[in-house]
Design a protein around this ligand. Structure first.
Ligand SMILES: [Zn+2]
Length: 497
């Protein structure tokens, strides 16, 4: 059994390793629908924990949840020119509303009933700006209705031919925040605030360090004035865009006639923002922390934080260790820790360790007859290290261990990112870096789309962000690393997912 389920080592094939980790941890599985995946209970629990933490943060910043339709009239997408261009190549359309029997057998037994063709096809939402703003236009009358701060948790469909579990699927889960403001400054502050909320979540909860900054014109969201993004470096030194926040300006306000009466009595267009993170973050979490034994999950988001594995030989020992195990479980659960007691008779302790390690459980407690006699348990961290802990006060000890694991994961990921970042690169260094191990390359950028296109074509790297001040190099670059013309901004380049 163990043989067949071996995880491909990262060093051998990172992509295979990733798939093996996701499958072995039972986070997701391929579905009969091409391009779509099934999120299994262990993966869905992880998503629920992510949702809960983020949702609390959204509410603490004044946002309310609502739900808008899955279907969007095709003409809505056409109302904002850049928006429709950006999404046209990946939408799913509903064109008919019923099926008709053909009299044939098998897959040909039914066909779309031509008489049920919709006059206007419906788009399955690739994002909800258009449908939400059509409603905002109705709800916003005066400056008193602003700001309007909403969020929606839902599924999204963007047609994809190549599937990578969590990273690229035709259907995925996400949240999309949509807001309307009276002034540009307020919209800008909101877009920045939500970028900060995402950063806090990704660093404090996912233990995934991110760089924040602005996207270039060619990488920004279709229809946005400015797009801000969070970028994380995975263990294969490729970047993962972990979330975006857009200042939409008045583009959608004009397309959907979102106007409000000012205090002075005039009529003005509102300023919008939208921002989103998705189940893609699960892929980011996996590729940031996991190892050749499987998933490594930061304790704050681990579906199971602690597993208790009792060890026995005789029936008498069995009763003893299970009894103590149950007590420990109760104590930990009472302290708000997500804990499982693995009392299965069908598996040896070693096989249980193997299974829970693959599922990313941060801390294992082993209880054998000798531990019971000594009033202790043996603790084993998923990230390495074994130590005995007294049964008396076990709750506090476990909490301390989980906090340390959480902090260590963040620190390790941050050190790895810095070890794979280079600054102030010349063109030659840049080419070698991108041909070699890769990572984040900081360099001067002239701002021209031609340089961006050439670099992408020759190295596969794109501008991930024009970084925020705290991430910029101590010495600002003066020339574009590619063409040598004056630099308008420092840019972070990387090959990306
Ligand atoms: Zn240039």
């Amino acid at each position: 059994m163990a043989q067949a389920q071996k995880i491909t080592p990262r060093a051998k094939d990172f992509s295979e390793w990733y798939n093996d980790v996701v499958m072995r941890a039972e986070l997701a599985d391929y579905s009969p629908v091409r391009g779509c995946m099934v999120i299994r209970p262990h993966g869905y629990r992880l998503w629920e924990l992510m949702q809960r933490a983020l949702d609390d943060m959204f509410k603490a910043t004044g946002h309310q949840n609502a739900y808008f339709p899955l279907f969007i009239p095709m003409s809505f997408l056409a109302k904002e020119a850049e928006h429709v261009e950006g999404f046209a190549k990946e939408v799913a359309l509903v064109t008919h509303t019923r099926l008709k029997a053909t009299g044939k057998t098998g897959a040909q037994a039914v066909m779309p009933d031509p008489e049920s063709a919709l006059e206007e096809p419906l788009v399955v939402r690739p994002t909800s700006e258009t449908i939400i703003y059509a409603m905002f236009a109705k709800w916003i009358q005066s400056y008193r209705d602003l700001p309007l701060l909403m969020n929606q948790w839902c599924n999204i469909v963007r047609w994809e031919l190549r599937t990578r579990l969590f990273l690229r699927t035709t259907e995925f889960l996400w949240q999309e925040g949509h807001t309307a403001h009276a002034t540009e400054a307020e919209a800008e502050a909101e877009a920045r605030q939500m970028l900060g909320v995402y950063r806090k979540f990704q660093e404090d909860w996912m233990a995934m360090p991110v760089i924040t900054g602005r996207k270039t014109e060619s990488e920004k969201f279709a229809g946005a004035l400015r797009t801000y993004a969070l970028e994380a470096l995975m263990q294969d030194n490729k970047a993962l865009q972990a979330g975006t926040s857009h200042n939409l300006g008045q583009n959608f306000a004009k397309a959907f006639n979102m106007q409000y009466q000012t205090a002075a009595g005039g009529l003005e267009y509102v300023w919008n923002t939208s921002w989103g993170v998705s189940t893609r973050m699960i892929g980011g979490l996996v590729m940031t922390h996991s190892d050749d034994n499987g998933l490594v999950c930061p304790p704050k988001l681990a579906p199971v934080q602690v597993v208790i594995v009792p060890i026995w030989k005789s029936e008498q020992e069995r009763g003893q260790v299970l009894g103590v195990g149950a007590q420990v479980k109760e104590q930990l659960a009472g302290a708000g820790i997500r804990v499982e007691l693995d009392a299965r008779d069908s598996l040896k302790p070693g096989a249980k360790y193997f299974e829970w390690e693959a599922k990313g459980v941060p801390l294992r407690l082993e209880i054998g007859p000798r531990d019971v006699a000594a009033g202790q348990v043996m603790t084993a961290r998923r990230t390495g290290g074994k130590a005995p802990a007294k049964l008396d006060g076990i709750g506090g000890e476990v909490r301390k261990s989980l906090d340390e694991i959480q902090a260590t994961l963040f620190q390790t990921a941050k050190e790895r990112r810095e070890a794979h970042s280079i600054r102030g690169v010349t063109k030659q260094q840049f080419l070698e870096f991108m041909k070699g191990a890769g990572g984040f390359a900081y360099g001067g950028f002239c701002g021209s789309p031609e340089c961006e296109a050439q670099i992408k074509q020759q190295t596969g790297a794109t501008v991930r962000v024009l970084p925020d001040p705290e991430f910029r190099s101590a010495e600002a670059p003066t020339t574009c690393l590619w063409c040598g013309k004056p630099s308008v901004a420092e840019a972070v380049w990387a090959q990306a997912y």
